[in-house]
Design a protein around this ligand. Sequence first.
Ligand code: LLP
Length: 463
Amino acid sequence: MSRSAHPAGPRHADVLPEGHYSAPAADLNVLDEKVWSRTVTRDADGALTVGGIAVARLAEEFGTPAYFLDESDFRARCRAWADAFGPDADVFYAGKAFLSRAVVRWLKEEGLNLDVCSGGELTTALDAGMPAERIAFHGNNKTVAEIERAVEAGVGRIVLDSFQEIVRVAHIAQRHGVRQRVQIRVTVGVEAHTHEFIATAHEDQKFGIALADGQAAEAVRRALSLDGLELIGVHSHIGSQIFDMAGFEVSARRVVQLLAEIRDEHGVELPEIDLGGGLGIAYTSDDDPREPHEIAKALSDIVTRECEAAKLRTPRISVEPGRAIVGPTAFTLYEVGTIKPLEGLRTYVSVDGGMSDNIRTALYDAEYSVALVSRTSDAEPMLVRVVGKHCESGDIVVKDAFLPADLAPGDLIAVPATGAYCRSMASNYNHALRPPVVAVRDGEARVIVRRETEEDLLRLDVG
Ligand code: LLP
């Protein structure tokens, strides 16, 4: 690709990418329940309400931009996952999608376990009272200090990601006089159909130990030989925002084959397998995610079948959904600042946030929906690009969408399905203040992560 400057034509690309929906929805006022959290609806005045509270009141009380998280939806999704997998399996919520102390308490109350992947996430989990034995600790380069803390706290499992880590964890556990329960993360060689940056089970990437060339078998051999470790199983995570169950099936099959090889070589049947997270959600009306019970059935059927074929006892299955639980439960509320119609192209709608509160569009080419939520409108649809207030043209929140043509500065618009990987990946670019997360439930709204202030910025800057 040439990187030299050239006079720009009016268009760098087609206005709408090939394959993108090219027509607006029949009625822009209708909120597609696929992409909005469960208690979202419009009130008699046409304003969006969540948990029974209208957005105008939320904007007035908490400001914009802000994330509003539908707590009863979050809890319902936790229960749906727990019920779907049943008492003989474990569901670990992946905290990287979004973690706060309130979330940890909800998980605890709803009976879920928690996957953490850093010292910061571990601290949040423990501080909010998650029992250590319900925590799994992940990461491809955990520091010695992080491993020490995890072992001291007594986490239920550490997922080993490299040969160095096998020895490191064993050594630390021995020094603490404990046998640490561990799993080994294997890369099963599956190409998950998702964005390259969030696919994780093909071989040319940084996670896990490859099944290929006997690497994973060698890792198992070493882990079984070390006194500080209790090897409870193997782990596979193939990527994120995946709709196709085929990748999970291949992964489950290969993991079970490894269990059979371990039995044949060492005479031990490892009791657990973890099939990771990665289940896709609907960001636009075009997306068709699977329900937890369908996913649970597909996974348990394949594991049972493969185990029967290999004459293995069926291991206890665990999964680690992050996005599928929290993603659909929140929307980001913005106020429209400026509107620039570009003749023959599209209209640029600038909001008071941007890539600092949602980097996913810039980073992964992610698609989102958007709606006018402070009122309804009968105006014609106009093709828009929703952009932020940051100093670069890649600062795009929603690349292609339709909003009513009478949109005006001061209107509130909302982007649904921003519960996962938006606040958790938010930045201070341009010294933006990261937005608050407000939990809404049964007519009550409360801040669970407060908005950053300019004092916060100055406090970090020691002068
Ligand atoms: N388990 C492991 C070991 C993981 O690495 C991940 C995600 C999950 C579970 C949860 O995956 P989920 O169910 O949330 O898809 N920032 C990217 C996603 C990165 C995912 C990293 N690992 C995004 O915004 O799409």
